[in-house]
Design a protein around this ligand. Structure first.
Ligand code: 3PG
Length: 209
């Protein structure tokens, strides 16, 4: 299966919490209209799994977020998710994802957790919660002893710091919720979601150069 940096290279990964699975197609379309074609639909609400199922065949890359258990890995695989993201590191979640051919991106917050992730054969992780851990300074510190590791920071990523994050050579993608705020989704303001997405894509254009 492709590594996270292959699946998500250069991506802005919106972290989505849906109360109504029925809005998933419009939401994914709005993100795509703004230039964001990778979406993490979380299992934080009961709607998450149905939402994944309803858009898994779309032209966007659909992943599952907040995956905490082996059973959830199996459910999102069945629903058609292409990748799995977790807030923390769980060996069984990683192993089952790999067995099912899913790209998997566990969260880590310490060097010890990162070493555990490397032991599974992974080379890419999510840094969570990135802002609370020191942000770019933490990525710089970890990149010393772990030069080959790719990071996707998540937590507190915003238009104010996204470009700096993605400009770091060890950062292959960024993750955040600022363009998919729950109130925007609740009131069906898909134009604003598309606008914020386009703004983010424009902001990041050239950041990797
Ligand atoms: C989350 O926990 O929801 C993600 O890490 C996104 O965090 P954010 O809402 O700070 O962007």
């Amino acid at each position: 299966m492709p590594s996270a940096r292959e699946t998500l290279s250069g991506s802005i990964v919106p972290v989505v919490v849906l109360d109504d699975a029925g809005v998933a197609p419009d939401l994914v379309a709005a993100l795509a209209a703004g230039g964001i074609d990778t979406v993490e639909l979380t299992l934080r609400t009961p709607a998450g799994l149905d939402a994944i199922r309803s858009v898994a065949g779309s032209s966007s890359v659909i992943g599952a977020g907040t995956v905490l258990t082996v059973r959830q890995v199996e459910e999102v695989a069945d629903a058609g998710a292409a990748f799995v993201v977790s807030p923390g590191f769980d060996d069984e979640v990683v192993q089952r994802s790999l067995e099912l051919g899913l790209t998997v991106l566990p969260g880590i917050a310490t060097p010890t957790e990162l070493q555990r992730a490397l032991k599974t054969g992974l080379r890419d992780v999510k840094l969570f919660p990135a802002d609370r851990l020191g942000g770019l300074d933490m990525i710089r510190a970890l990149s010393g002893p772990f030069p080959g590791v790719g990071f996707m920071p998540s937590g507190g990523v915003s238009p104010a710091n996204a470009r700096d994050y993605l400009g770091h050579p060890s950062v292959f993608a960024i993750s955040g919720s600022w363009m998919v705020q729950r109130d925007l989704i609740a009131r069906g303001d898909f134009d604003e979601i598309a606008r914020l997405s386009a703004e983010a894509v424009a902001l990041l254009a050239g950041a990797e150069a």
